[in-house]
Structures are given as C-alpha cells and as structure tokens.
Design a protein around this ligand. Sequence first.
Ligand SMILES: [Zn+2]
Length: 311
Amino acid sequence: MTLKSPRPSVKQGVRQTIALLLCLPLLHGSAIALDLKGALKDAIKAKTGVATPAETPTSPSNDTAAAPSAQDKLAAIHWKNPSQEEEIMVGRQVTGSILGAAPLVKDAGLQQYVNQVGRWVASQSERADLPWRFGVIDSSDINAFAAPGGYVLLTRGLYQRLTSEAQLAGVLGHEIAHVVQKHQLKVMQKQALLDAGSSFVKEKLGKNALTQRAVSTGAEISARNLDKSAEYEADSMGTVLAARAGYDAYGLAEVLQTLASAKPQDSQMALLFQTHPHPDDRLAQLSLMSGEQMDTVSGGKTLESRLYPLK
Ligand SMILES: [Zn+2]
C-alpha cells in the first residue's frame, strides 16, 4: 500500500516538537549524545547478531512451573515502590498472558530484526539499561502493547501496514515511551494498592492473588486503555526517541496518518479506535506540542528497503 506523505502542517509541527523536546534535558541525560548522522548505521552494524530468537519474550508459565520461587517472589512484590527487578518480573508475567492469547509469529528473522530496531531506539531512552524485549505476535488486529520492565509487542496486522524501518522505529518508540514513563506499571500499582487496602482480597485470597489481580489488570491495560495524556506523551516521546536514533522523524506520524485514513468499519482497527484517541487527534496533538522552536532535525533515515519482509 502507498502512503501519503504527512501534510505540511503536521510535518512542520512534528519537526518543531522534536526541536523543542530535543532541547529538554529532562527527558534524557547528557550522557546520550545526539548524533543523527552516522550513528544509526554504526550502531545497527554493531548490534547485528546480538538479539537471538531465544531472547524474545517467552511465556512465563514455563518458568513458574519449573521454579516455584518465582511465584513466591511475585507474591512478595513491594507494590508501593517496586524495584526494577520486580518491575521486570511483573512485565514478564503480563507479557506471558498476552502471548498466551496470541503467540509470536514463527519467523526468527523477523523477531531478531524487530529486536535490533527496538533495542537501538530504546538505547536512546533514559532507561537504556532495561533488558528490552520486542516481538511480533500472530494477530491480524492492528495494535501494539507495552508491559513494565521493557517488554514490547506489536501485531502482525500492524507490522504489515508499515512501509519503512523509520515507521517501525516510531511505533516501537511510542511503546518504549510507555515503559520509560511507567504508564502501565502505575495503573497496576494503583490496582494492587487498592486491593491491599481491601480486607476481602487480603484475607480471603492472600498476597498471591493480589499480584495475580494486578497482573491481569496489567494485561488488560496493556491491551486496552491508558488515559489520553499518556498516549499523547508516548507519541511525542516516541517520536523524539526515533529521531535520536537517526530515523526520519515522521515515521510515527506517517503510521498515524495511515491509520487515520482507514475505514471506521475496518474490523482490524476496532480495538485500536476503542482504546486510543483517534489518530487525527494524536496527529494534531503531536504538532501542537511544538512551541516556537525551529527546525533542527533533518536528514533522518527512512530505510524502506531494510524493513524485513513478512512472508
Ligand atoms: Zn499507547
């Protein structure tokens, strides 16, 4: 399918957003140098072969069956202030629930490719140290998910609508931003703390059930709704991360435009439209967050030919 290039106003707005956000030291430490020229090529080259299919997310049911201590650890999570290790544990559990419903596409090359792109974009974030895992799940719906601790999944249906690596980077950047900002984790914490305060859950179901309820909340919100402001924040931060990684900055905006032009009766889109603000609103918001900053980002790569072809 062919893509219309973004409308000039959107394009300019996005460009301004990036110019503004790249200036904010708040988002990223100065340790991450802004290199939009040769960095992408070098880093991808350096990372080639790092990701293996074995490193993609796997169902945790195997772990938990083999190691009962994992269950105990899960039950003992400090929901008020979870450690990074606990956050990762929760994310693995949530990801397992999603993979239980839709397994990974059986194409090791595809999974490796998505991990390479995702890890490179994630390395531009302030949580580069997380053990990032990316995967494409076998579903014709158009959607993407993030779970705490660095787990990111997108559907085959969404992947098939992408036409360049920059677009993939934009989509992954959006999900990476959710993890960096702990959007899902915060909702899960709220649920767990609410449950902890309820004597029914505490006395009748015990600590283990408390974690299980939080995890199922996590799976639900990974697949469903965060509030609009979290989505807009993920759009702008994701766009910045992709641009920092050296990609054309309009990747995510292009995907949103493709989605915006989809027919409302398109059943593949139903869930996305239910759970996210309309792509038109997301595009408008993305260009709104611009301020008076002028164009400083150009020369990002689109890399159409490098997008891994899905069989
Ligand atoms: Zn989102």
